[in-house]
Design a protein around this ligand. Structure first.
Ligand code: ADQ
Length: 483
């Protein structure tokens, strides 16, 4: 029986070593949820790095990890500390991540890191090839593995390969600056289907293919060697029911079931202060526009002083890639800005910004989503942005307002949100005022449409549509062979 092999940088498992004992539990990210049914089917398998380097594992532990993950239908790719330093922290996060998010000034081009990136993609290919049989389907995920489709296709031409990019694909003018651009495109074109979150990213990719490789492109099909590579957009959704049910359960909870955070939020609401809550949640990443958002909030407080003591910004930032210098700089800048604004505006009974720099359990995320009047999501660039979708799904009373950057992929399907340019502080300030004063009927009509759309195109549906389209490419190939 043919199977589907999923490949991503990390496995959908958290593998930890505690006092020489292994602790393995499933991770709860959107991708893991979306792939759940695909992964569970037949003898499918998920291939990725466990999160522990070869240096951290001796032979015995390695064997234990392999056995334990095999029970979860997973297989590991062994990586050393130097692989992680150069392929992941280096090339993926210091070259591809900033370049694809239009942060050219942060992008470093180092050939040693590129060499490791190639080597590690080959290591992934080796493990995939060990598991592959003729007729299998492989679905590769994200920017850490752009070369993998070709490495598999060259060895196993009868494999159907899909690739999905979770981050933006930049315009040709940005992509052309990349020193190894031809090789990267050839790597991706090893696929039969290449998926992006939006039509714009798809268009940028096709333009790079046409102008750099001079390939023939008709609509969304690239003629490549003796094959057709299909390119399409598949906007990723969320596990809608999970967020909706958690929010419903949350509204019905008794006092003694409430989290510490929820009690504080309740105190705030019941204290008689009329302060409305504006929420932002992101990984601490320079693409997410965190300093801009704080400056725009400062601009708002200065421009509309009547809202002092009547509004609070709750900012949750999850620590991320904290060994990369730009992320350390961003953290310092954020700390300083929050300190400055709280110092300048706070009164005895009011702190304008509540700032948390940590990860939070799912229940606390729901506390925050359901207690906030407005979500303010202002990335400078973002492939999709699932937080915007999660906020909408938790608004079971259909109140609340989503303010969303037009630079997030999600904005393409969320026209009923209030869309802003994240670099225009005056526009953000005016939009926050508009949101604070929006009549309930307007909030409801906007949220209702957004919810309908999100419900229909959940993450499960996203995975299903991608695989259906990938499956159709087999027929496309069959027609070409017949001709
Ligand atoms: P991310 O950049 O990580 O993902 P996003 O899409 O917003 O961004 O997803 C973040 C996820 O982490 C959300 O599901 C959210 O609930 C969770 N999360 C955020 N803050 C948290 C916190 N403090 N504690 C716990 N959980 C938290 C990349 C791309 C995005 C793209 C996704 C999926 O950069 O553009 O939408 O992949 O393709």
């Amino acid at each position: 029986m043919n199977k589907t092999i999923i490949v991503s940088n990390r496995l959908p498992l958290q593998v930890k070593l505690e006092d020489d004992n292994l602790n393995i539990k499933p991770s709860v990210g959107g991708l893991a949820t979306g792939m759940k049914s695909v992964h569970a089917e037949g003898n499918g398998i998920w291939i990725g790095w466990s999160g522990l380097t070869e240096e951290e594992l001796n032979e015995n532990l390695s064997e234990q990890v392999n056995k334990a993950v095999a029970k979860e239908k997973c297989a590991t790719v062994p990586l050393t500390q130097s692989d992680i330093d150069n392929y992941y922290l280096g090339f993926s996060n210091k070259t591809l991540w900033p370049l694809f998010h239009y942060f050219s000034e942060y992008t470093v081009f180092e050939s040693e890191q590129w060499e490791t990136y190639k080597k590690v993609n080959q290591k992934f290919a080796d493990v995939v090839l060990e598991h592959i049989n003729d007729g299998d389907t492989v679905w590769v995920h994200d920017y850490q593995l752009l070369l993998l489709p070709k490495l598999i296709k060259d060895k196993k031409p009868n494999t159907t390969i899909g690739f999905f990019l979770h981050i933006p694909y930049p315009s040709y003018e940005i992509f052309r600056t990349f020193p190894w651009r031809e090789e990267l495109l050839h790597g991706m074109l090893g696929s039969d289907l290449i998926g992006f979150h939006t039509y714009d990213y798809e268009r940028h990719f096709l333009s790079s293919v046409k102008r750099i490789l001079r390939l023939d492109v008709k609509f969304n099909e690239v003629s490549y060697l003796d094959r057709i590579v299909k390119v399409d957009s598949f906007p990723m959704g969320i596990d809608y029911k999970k967020f909706e049910n958690a929010a419903l359960k949350h509204t019905n909870q008794e006092d003694d079931e409430k989290s510490e955070l929820q009690r504080r939020l309740d105190d705030h609401i019941q204290s008689g202060s009329e302060a409305k809550m504006i929420l932002s949640i992101d990984r601490m990443d320079y693409t997410k526009g965190i300093p801009n958002r704080i400056r725009a909030f400062e601009y708002f407080l200065n421009k509309y002083p009547q809202f002092k003591e009547k509004v609070r910004l709750i900012m949750l930032a999850v620590p991320s890639r904290s060994d990369v210098p730009q992320y350390q700089k961003l953290k310092r800048e954020t700390d300083e800005l929050v300190g400055r604004i709280n110092g300048q505006f706070a009164t005895v009974s009011w702190t304008p910004i509540w700032y948390f720099y940590r990860s939070m359990p799912f229940e606390n995320l729901i506390d925050l989503y359901t207690s906030s009047d407005i979500a303010l999501i202002t990335p400078i660039r973002d492939g999709m942005n699932l937080v915007a979708k999660e906020y909408v799904a938790t608004r079971t009373n259909q109140d609340g307002v989503l303010i969303l950057s037009e630079m997030a992929g999600a904005s393409k399907e969320m026209n009923e949100a209030l869309l802003i340019n994240p670099n225009n502080f005056a526009e953000i300030a005016d939009t926050v005022k508009y949101a604070l004063e929006m009549p309930l009927a307007e909030q409801k009509s906007r949220i209702e449409i957004l919810q309908k759309r999100l419900k229909r195109y959940s993450v499960e549906k996203w995975a299903e549509e991608f695989l259906k389209s990938l499956n159709n490419t087999k027929q496309l190939d069959a027609v070409i062979v017949a001709e």
